[in-house]
Design a protein around this ligand. Structure first.
Ligand SMILES: [Zn+2]
Ligand SMILES: [Zn+2]
Length: 179
């Protein structure tokens, strides 16, 4: 995901390059399991301080459902919006000072190249839901026998409580009450 922006850096603010992106992301991060390539459109815009990157990207990822633990495909769409700053002055070749808020991931390197991999990696990890669900009405697993309720009900009687256990529970609750 590298782009040479030497020519763009010599141009005035507002000048733009368009690229279509098609990248294999299977080695981007151990937590990212792609089922497709990463696809989309990238716009590089010369800004006052560097190069602004805008992108609309999508990929299909394999995730594990937090309820039923079955793997499923999640189509993921996200936008890229980052400003990359040069480390070398394009006109003089002089090394530019690195400021505190310059992240390594958004530096234009000494060869005037930007590398989108790290910002893409971060954006994908942010776009993945923390508790991915295979479908909105995923029924999950039976806590007793472990059967996947999406495939039908099991034989466990989950809503009935054994009356003897109920009595025991009352006694325990009584014991725990503060004096
Ligand atoms: Zn599920
Ligand atoms: Zn069950």
């Amino acid at each position: 995901m590298r782009y040479n922006v030497a020519q763009l850096l010599k141009e005035q603010s507002g000048h733009t390059r368009q690229y279509s992106l098609h990248e294999d992301i299977s080695h981007l991060d151990p937590e990212i399991v792609p089922l497709s390539a990463l696809d989309g459109d990238i716009q590089l815009i010369r800004s006052a301080d560097g190069v602004f990157v805008l992108g609309e990207l999508h990929a299909s990822l394999e995730l594990t459902c937090a309820r039923c633990l079955v793997q499923f495909a999640l189509p993921l769409k996200f936008s890229l919006e980052e400003e990359f700053r040069p480390t070398i002055d394009i006109h003089t070749g002089a090394t530019l000072p690195v400021t505190a808020d310059d992240e390594a991931a958004t530096r234009i390197d000494a060869h005037h190249e930007i590398d989108l991999s790290e910002v893409v990696r971060q954006d994908i990890l942010l776009a993945i839901p923390p508790r991915p669900i295979c479908r909105t009405k995923c029924a999950g697993l039976c806590p007793t026998c472990g059967k996947n309720w999406n495939a039908g009900p099991c034989d466990c009687k989950t809503d009935e409580i054994d009356p003897r256990l109920e009595k025991l529970k009352e006694l325990l609750d009584e014991k725990e009450k503060p004096q």
